[in-house]
Design a protein. Structure first.
Length: 600
């Protein structure tokens, strides 16, 4: 193929077979005649040699064609026990195993186009198996595919239709991250049982069972308790974290903006009062009035200035509670402290407290359902853990601690039962992780790798996750996201520009079977263009006049080159389960297939 004047295709009919059959028949005939007629042996052998030499010359060509065409039959799915994967990992821990396959280059591209367009008959002869198994037979052999772990320290996008193998790819990558002893956070909106089990098994194999933890709203009794508001640098971050999961009526939605501002003031108030904000406390505050939070913050401020005896200076608070107490404290603050020791961070909350209650409740009407949703029933204790509740045996943690201790955390979001709650939990956890990544980025300490795996990523994608994709590499947070189509990102994020931001930040791509044409074209456009060769044949006959004897004809054969995609887009829609085309950082393009880690 490298010679520009040679055009050779393994898909042509095996003409050599005819020569070989004919030679064998003739040789047998000769042997028979020599035997029957009792002819001298020498004559027979001479004739046989003359016949065999051209036939034998065709044997290698025939074998080559047979072997290449036979490989189009397809392959059985490999099963690789976790132990075998571990053994592979131990041989070279710095290599990431990506299944079996081969480098996909210009030649494979050319042959795939040829088969699709000119040799459909050959493909039809293959035994029936769903999907274009033959694609994997285009190379003479497959081998184990590896990527140096260091090269893969970016983000990976896995795209494929339902049942194509996204979650099984996660199994493989998660197991290897666990073997490397790195922190792993898995966000699984669907709650795939096998994914959970694969992560547990991988931990068990390396004796890290203790370090595995699960969060699952449907199994609260075996779930961990995690505070998604635990990590932040500024109070405004927490307000934005909650506001971003509110339904929006478009950019600049005044209700959302007001709710975010109100959350900001309340969270400031809680922090000034020495309280750590949790979702449950915020709900109580918005449901039951701002008086308590305000009173606590003001009392703490007064205590700082006047000491324990400050209560004697404000007789109005004696015996009063709630809003009355808050009102008395506000009066005292304005009369005596505003100039002496101002507390600008709390003045917003004071204004909010004095705001018309009906108008306030109307403005935050869309925030309350969100807070209710994340705090009702068993979710209350799961997402707003109370460290003072020593009776609760469930483990309590937060994202920063998971990362610090290099643990493996699986978050099943149970989106199938309630997609709204699942998306909200996923999004708020991602925001928390983004805050932790920001701190790692800023302070640069302990930059051991963190792996974030997000299955069905479009369900939880949000702005903090885009920031994570954007800056995560600097904080050693490596993200693997799986989706069915890119349109899912556009639908979730509300604009194509944002969806493009997601795609622009990934430097590794695994494309499984893709049915959506737009997504197919995105993948194919990401691959190089090749110059595809084809033979054009034409023939014609000309009768220049009426005379029947005057006749001329021509026959042309032309080798042409034209631009073509390295991998035909339509073929992406026909890949069998677990087969993929991968493009990895450093320019490596492969056709691979993944093993199953669990027995079929
Ligand atoms: N243990 C197993 N034995 C045999 N086949 C399996 C096994 N586990 C998964 N598969 C097959 O592998 C394919 C890929 O499954 P996987 O769960 O990874 O799909 P997916 O792309 O995540 O799909 P979805 O979007 O529906 O979650 C499926 O067709 C499934 O039937
Ligand atoms: Mg899946």
């Amino acid at each position: 193929m490298s010679d520009p004047f040679i055009f050779r295709t393994p898909w042509r009919p095996r003409y050599e077979a005819r020569t070989l059959i004919l030679t064998t028949i003739t040789a047998s005939l000769l042997a028979f005649i020599a035997h029957v007629q009792a002819l001298p042996d020498g004559l027979f052998f001479e004739a046989l040699i003359i016949l065999s030499v051209p036939a034998l010359k065709r044997v290698p060509k025939f074998m080559w064609l047979y072997f290449r065409q036979h490989r189009l039959h397809g392959f059985k799915t490999r099963v690789m026990p976790l132990k075998a994967l571990r053994a592979r990992h131990l041989k070279d821990p710095q290599q990431l195993f990506l299944g079996h396959g081969f480098t996909w280059g210009r030649e494979e591209g050319q042959w795939a186009h040829d088969l699709l367009e000119g040799h459909q008959g050959l493909l039809r002869k293959r035994p029936h198996r769903p999907g274009a198994h033959w694609v994997h037979g285009l190379a003479p052999r497959e081998q184990a595919l590896y990527q140096p772990v260091e090269d893969g320290r970016g983000h990976l996008l896995i795209v494929g239709t339902t049942g194509s193998g996204k979650t099984r790819t996660f199994d493989l990558l998660i197991a290897q991250a666990v073997f490397r002893g790195e922190a792993v956070i898995i966000i699984d909106p669907k709650g795939d049982r096998d994914l959970h089990l694969a992560a547990v098994e991988a931990c068990r194999l390396v004796g890290k069972e203790e370090q595995f933890m699960m969060f699952h709203p449907a199994f609260p009794e075996s779930s961990i308790r995690i505070d998604p508001l635990r990590n932040f640098t500024r109070a405004s971050e927490l307000a934005a974290r909650i506001a971003q999961i509110m339904p929006s009526q478009g950019p600049g939605d005044p209700f959302k903006a007001y709710s975010q501002k109100a959350l900001d003031h309340v969270i400031q108030g809680m922090l000034l009062g020495g309280e750590r904000p949790t979702l449950l406390k915020l709900r109580r505050c918005f449901d039951g009035g701002l008086g308590d939070v305000l009173s606590k913050a003001l009392e703490r401020h007064c205590e700082k200035i006047f000491g324990e005896a400050f209560k004697t200076k404000i007789p109005a608070i004696k015996g009063s509670r709630g809003d009355h107490r808050a009102a008395a404290l506000i009066r005292f603050y304005r009369d005596h402290l505003k100039t002496l020791a101002p507390l600008p961070d709390l003045e917003g909350l004071m204004a909010l407290f004095e705001h018309d209650a009906t108008h306030f409740s109307k403005m935050v009407a869309s925030l309350l359902p969100i807070l209710n949703m994340l705090t009702s029933g068993s979710l209350g204790a799961l997402l707003s853990p109370d460290p003072r509740n020593v009776d609760d045996p469930r483990r309590m943690t937060d994202i920063a601690r998971i990362i610090e201790r290099r643990e493996v955390a699986y978050f099943g979001l149970d989106s199938l039962s309630d997609s709204l709650v699942g998306s909200a939990i996923g999004a708020i956890l991602l925001s928390d992780l983004a805050a932790v990544a920001g701190q790692r980025y800023n302070y640069g300490k302990d930059l051991s790798p963190v792996h974030l795996f997000i299955d069905e990523a479009a369900e939880v994608m949000n702005d903090p996750c885009i920031q994570l994709l954007n800056k995560g590499r600097g904080a050693s947070v490596h993200i693997t996201i799986a989706t069915q189509t890119f349109a899912d990102f556009t639908a979730r994020l509300g604009s194509e520009a944002k969806a493009r931001q997601v795609l622009a930040n990934v430097n590794n791509l695994i494309a499984l079977r893709i049915l959506d044409a737009e997504t197919q074209h995105y993948v194919v456009n990401n691959l190089p263009i090749i110059r595809r060769r084809s033979i054009m044949r034409s023939h014609g006959a000309i009768h220049p006049g009426q005379h029947p004897v005057l006749f001329s004809g021509n026959q042309n054969e032309r080798l042409e080159e034209e631009d073509a995609s390295l991998f035909p887009a339509a073929l992406l829609g026909q890949l069998p389960d677990l087969h993929y085309v991968g493009k990895f950082a450093g320019g490596l393009i492969v056709k691979g297939r993944l093993p199953l880690l669990t027995a079929p």
